[in-house]
Design a protein around this ligand. Sequence first.
Ligand SMILES: Nc1ncnc2c1ncn2[C@@H]1O[C@H](COP(=O)(O)OP(=O)(O)O)[C@@H](O)[C@H]1O
Ligand SMILES: [Mg+2]
Length: 289
Amino acid sequence: MSAAQDAPAESRDRSPTGQSSPTGPAGSGSADSRTPVLSARGMVKTFGRVVGLDGVDLDLYPGEVLAIIGDNGAGKSTLIKCLSGAYTLDSGELTLDGEPVTFRVPQDAREAGIETVYQTLAVIPALDIASNLYLAREERRTGLLGSVLGMRDRASQSVQGLGIQTIQNMGQAVETLSGGQRQAVAVARAAAFGSKVVILDEPTAALGVKESTAVLEMIKQLRDKGLPVILISHNMPHVWEVADRIHIQRLARRVAVITPQSHSMNDGVAIMTGAMTVDGNDSNKETAA
Ligand SMILES: Nc1ncnc2c1ncn2[C@@H]1O[C@H](COP(=O)(O)OP(=O)(O)O)[C@@H](O)[C@H]1O
Ligand SMILES: [Mg+2]
C-alpha cells in the first residue's frame, strides 16, 4: 500500500487564502497529521434486506476534492445521504472538525456547514435565480422588497464569484436556464452556504462539454478557497482532472482510496468492477495503524 493513497495530495498549488498548510506532510510517507474536516467510521445503512453501506469509512481533508466512484448500486448516493442528514445511519460515527456529530435531518447537516447538491436537482424552475439561491433560508421569510433586492445582490455576488458569467440577470426564472446553468445555480447555492463541506452527487451527469467544464471550474475554485468538496461522478476523465483523492465504493464497501497520480483511469475502473484489488484499503478489513 502506498502512503499516497491515504494522504491528501499537497503537491498542487494553492491560492494564498487556501487553508491547506504549505508545510503539510506532502510526500513524507507518514499518515496525515491534520484533522479531517469530515470523518466517518463504520457507516452501516440497510434498507430491509438490502445493504446500502456495509461498514464504510471516509475522510475528507481541508481544501481537497475527494471523488467517490463506484458502479451503480455501490452505495455512493446512500453514503452522501448519510453525510448530509437525508438518511440516518444504522450505526457508525461521524466527526466534523474532530467533534462527534449526529445528523437526524438535512437541516442538521446544513446548520453544521455541509451543503449538498443531490443527484436530482433541487431547484424550483418557476422561481428566479436569487430565490433559488436562498431557498429555505432566513432571508426568504422576511419577504420585504428591500431584502429581496439585497438577496439579488448577494446572489449575484456568489454566482459571479464562481465565474458563471453566462448568467446575466438574477431575476431570471430558473426554467429559462439551460441544464448547465441550472446546475451552476445549484452548485453556487451550495458554495455560498457550505461553510465547511460541499457535496455534489453527479453534478455533470446531464451536462454538455462546455457546461461540464464550467462546473468543474467551480469545483476547483471551491477547493482553492480552502473548502473541501466531495464529488460523486461516473465520468472518469472529470474525476482524474479534479480529484485529489478517489474513494472507490464497491458492493456497499469502500474497497480502495487512490489518487490520480497513483492509479490510472483503467485501474480505477478495474477496482470498481472487482477486476483489480488494492490491499489494505478495504475499510472493512482495515486495522488501526
Ligand atoms: N431508499 C432506498 N430504499 C431501498 N433501497 C435503497 C434505497 N436507497 C438505496 N437503496 C439500495 O442501496 C443500494 C445502494 O444504492 P445507491 O446508494 O443509490 O447506489 P449508487 O448511488 O452508488 O448507484 C442499492 O442496492 C439500492 O437499491
Ligand atoms: Mg447514485
